[in-house]
Ligand binder design. Structure first.
Ligand SMILES: Nc1ncnc2c1ncn2[C@@H]1O[C@H](COP(=O)(O)OP(=O)(O)OP(=O)(O)O)[C@@H](O)[C@H]1O
Ligand SMILES: [Mg+2]
Length: 323
């Protein structure tokens, strides 16, 4: 296989400000301390964080013929990411967000959906796109054209070619289930946030929610639980919850996407399941220390050292979950 990692799907241009507590009244101005730009999204953040940690990466998605699209492509290239399968969609704007990060790191966003909904990988491009050791479908539910069966077909082909497939979603309710359900039989690691998993299934327990997806063909569920950590549930019976790391949080934007990148690095390096989840959470925690997706992620060695020295959070929810 030519590359380590393909991250396909939701790739956005983000403009982030910190700290924001309210939109000013009328036409007023509020002064803030920090402002930055980032390429974000379940595929964009994952590609950059993985590239920072040494994987050879390809980003696949859609941007518009606009300034945000220029910047997204330029930024991906700065990290050495292969953008040859990125598509400029005529008549579309680049998917973009204004992120108003609160003092506690929560990140309310104003999002314009854009070209993520319009890119399409045809049979000519498919072999190139799935030619990676790990093929990640990031933002299932937002890729309108790809979600109608095409993601499932590419995941099927990727697995048949010997790749490991991973998937993360953008789902608010059971209405997103058809797009997600189609890819599940061809997904080795399914990595949504627990809120999304609950919203999709209507279930509210960890084990039952994971069993639901495994019943639909997923090999392993890895649910992220925000500041409460992550839950791993493999069809082979391995199950555990691990707490998150104790970090000074600046912005949690892209934590789930950085987790996906860390998990891909762990798969490529052959880490065992618990180390993989710890490493993924270390990547996510470092992400939370900076403003803008993946800003706090440096490289593999720094993430590994962080993982070894940083204390874990012991929140009540985590203690209950591991009891
Ligand atoms: N406040 C926090 N402190 C430490 N770690 C955190 C915090 N918030 C999130 N994390 C880490 O990030 C991981 C992913 O977070 P979360 O479950 O919020 O993802 P998400 O909702 O999918 O995020 P995104 O929408 O950005 O993809 C968690 O498993 C945890 O390890
Ligand atoms: Mg997420």
């Amino acid at each position: 296989m030519t590359l380590d990692y393909t991250a396909m799907g939701f790739i956005t241009f983000d403009c982030l400000g910190w700290p924001v507590t309210a939109i000013p009244e009328g036409g007023g101005t509020t002064f803030i301390d920090d402002l930055t730009l980032a390429v974000s999204g379940a595929a964009g953040t994952a590609a950059i964080a993985a590239a920072k940690m040494g994987l050879s990466c390809r980003a696949v998605g859609g941007v518009g013929p606009d300034m945000m699209g220029d910047w997204v492509l330029q930024r991906l290239n700065q990290f050495g990411i292969d953008t040859s399968a990125m598509q400029r969609r005529p008549g579309w704007r680049t998917s973009s967000s204004i992120v108003t990060t609160r003092p506690d790191g929560a990140r309310p966003a104003l999002h314009m959906k854009g070209a993520t909904g319009d890119f399409f990988i045809d049979d000519d491009l498919a072999p190139q796109v799935i030619d990676a050791r790990v093929v990640h479908f990031g933002g299932v539910g937002l890729m309108t054209r790809m979600d109608e069966g095409r993601n499932a077909e590419l995941a099927r082909r990727a697995q048949a070619a010997g790749a490991i497939t991973t998937a993360d979603i953008f789902a608010g309710s059971a209405a997103d289930m058809p797009a997600v359900a189609s890819i599940l039989p061809y997904t080795d690691y399914f990595m949504p946030s627990i809120e999304e998993a609950h919203a999709l299934t209507g279930r509210h327990d960890l084990e039952g929610t994971a069993a639901f997806f495994i019943d639909k063909g997923v090999r392993c569920c890895v649910f992220t639980l925000g500041q409460d950590g992550a839950y791993y549930h493999h069809q082979n019976g391995t199950r555990f919850t691990l707490p998150a790391y104790e970090v000074p949080v600046r912005c949690t934007c892209g934590c789930g996407d950085a987790f996906d990148a860390g998990f891909a690095v762990a798969l490529i390096r052959g880490m065992d399941a618990e180390t993989a989840v710890r490493f993924a959470q270390a990547t996510a925690a470092l992400n939370a220390t900076g403003l803008g997706s993946q800003a706090g992620v440096e490289d593999f060695d720094a993430t590994w050292a962080f993982m070894e020295r940083t204390p874990l959070r012991r929140s009540p929810a985590t203690l209950a979950a591991v009891a």
